[in-house]
Design a binder for this molecule. Structure first.
Ligand code: FAD
Length: 384
């Protein structure tokens, strides 16, 4: 059963309490563009917030905006761009994804290099807990820090602590100049550690910096392995940043169409398996070397890295036996692997298995003792 909620947080709370009474479980949905991410959810009922939309407060002078959870990132972009502002969240996938889901899954994209992740940009939340209580955490303006930790706790909890109904987010002024440059390696390999060291050394932070492997680079029209920089600021600052990149590259970097960012975010739309490799940021170079070497036998494997954040993502369209081979090959990486998306049968295979976390269980006991919300998505057993 699917119900698109268009009424109020109270209507959502009623729906949760009703589920409680019936012993039912709810699968929370926003626009539904990423429902196959996370472990399979043990619920036949869907609580969709797709119709719970609308910007409820926007004061451009405060650089903050409050919107209902089902509001799409595109709607927010369209509302704030006439004021020269943006919500600097560009998660993989499309702008048709909702604000609530982006925060619930803590989804971040290339712009996180400069602006951080939803934990840095969500200032306050309203949510309905699994007990059916409507709770507000955080504030509507940057200086209000009361309850801030509650907002951070809910961010990235994948709907397991509460249904996010409304969020207040921090906006930024759009940079005057916004330029995208690509650097291809002069020899045959990119030195990701060198890129990370340069990022730390430079007195500026690019809006985004991603390294892409050969197959992803070709798909994006970059010709092969490349480092892509997005530079923002006033024109003098961007000119300065260009000079620093030319120094790193040993010659001027080529300017490319900014649509490359959109294509990069959409590249995984058809991926059957997306794994994120996390190591200490200082070890991103080793993670990249391991991931590119291990995925080399898989022709279409796309690997990308955010050197500033220490994250390497590996995606493939493989199916059948080759997807299992890909997953178990990558499991050999000496690092933490988080599956973002995987076919059902792979979730229980050792490479993706995850031990139950007692602290996480205790927090869920406080917010959703009957495990009504998204049961099973984080790998825990549903309470019967
Ligand atoms: C092809 C594709 C690949 C992606 N890859 C990545 C990636 O690799 N890394 C990454 O970080 N992001 C990724 N995303 C993330 C995605 O862009 C965001 O999470 C978000 O924008 C999806 O929005 P949605 O409304 O369609 O979410 P939905 O698909 O509706 O929901 C996504 C998840 O969020 C939960 N949820 C939705 N709304 C709420 C709410 N109001 N309260 C609580 N929980 C809620 C759902 O239960 C579900 O588990 C990808 C998206 C797509 C389409």
């Amino acid at each position: 059963m699917t119900t698109a909620v268009s009424l109020s947080a109270e209507a959502i709370a009623d729906r949760v309490r009703d589920a409680q009474t019936r012993g039912a479980r709810l699968r929370i949905a926003g626009a539904g563009t990423w429902l196959d991410a996370g472990r399979p959810v043990g619920s036949s009922e869907e609580l969709s917030l797709a119709a719970h939309t609308g910007i409820t407060e926007y004061t451009p002078g405060d650089l903050t905006l409050t919107a209902r959870a089902g509001t799409t990132l595109r709607e927010i972009r369209d509302a704030v761009s006439p004021h020269g502002q943006w919500l600097a969240l560009d998660p993989f996938g499309s702008d048709e994804g909702t604000l609530g889901a982006t925060i619930a899954t803590a989804s971040a994209g290339p712009l996180a290099t400069r602006f951080g992740t939803p934990r840095d940009l969500a200032l306050g939340l309203e949510f309905v807990s699994g007990r059916g209580a409507t709770v507000r955490g955080g504030g509507r303006v940057v200086k209000n820090v009361a309850g801030f930790d509650l907002t951070r706790l809910l961010t990235g909890s994948w709907g397991t602590l509460g249904v996010i109904t409304e969020a207040t987010v921090r906006l930024h002024a759009r940079p005057e100049a916004d330029v995208t440059l690509a650097v291809s390696p002069s020899d045959d390999r990119i030195d990701v550690g060198g890129v990370r060291a340069a990022l730390k050394r430079w007195p500026f932070v690019p809006l985004a910096c991603e390294v892409v492997n050969d197959s992803l680079g070709r798909e994006l029209g970059l010709g092969g392995e490349a480092v892509v920089f997005r530079l923002g600021g006033n024109s003098e600052s961007v000119a300065e940043q260009r000079r620093a990149i030319a120094e790193l590259a040993g010659g001027p970097a080529r300017e490319v169409d900014p649509s490359v960012w959109r294509s990069l975010r959409a590249a995984d739309d058809d991926a059957t398996l997306v794994l994120r490799v996390s190591r200490a940021p200082a070890e991103v170079s080793a993670a990249w070397a391991d991931a590119t070497a291990l995925t080399a036998p898989f022709a279409s494997a796309r690997v990308s890295a955010s050197p500033a954040r220490g994250i390497v993502r590996c995606a493939t369209q493989a199916v059948g036996a080759s997807i299992e081979q890909y997953a178990s090959t990558l499991a050999g990486l000496r690092s933490r692997i988080v599956a973002e998306r995987a076919p059902v049968h792979l979730w229980n295979a050792p490479p993706l298995a995850r031990a139950a976390d007692p602290l996480q269980s205790r927090i869920r006991d406080a917010f959703d003792p009957q495990r009504i919300l998204n049961p099973g998505i984080l790998g825990e057993r549903a309470v019967s």
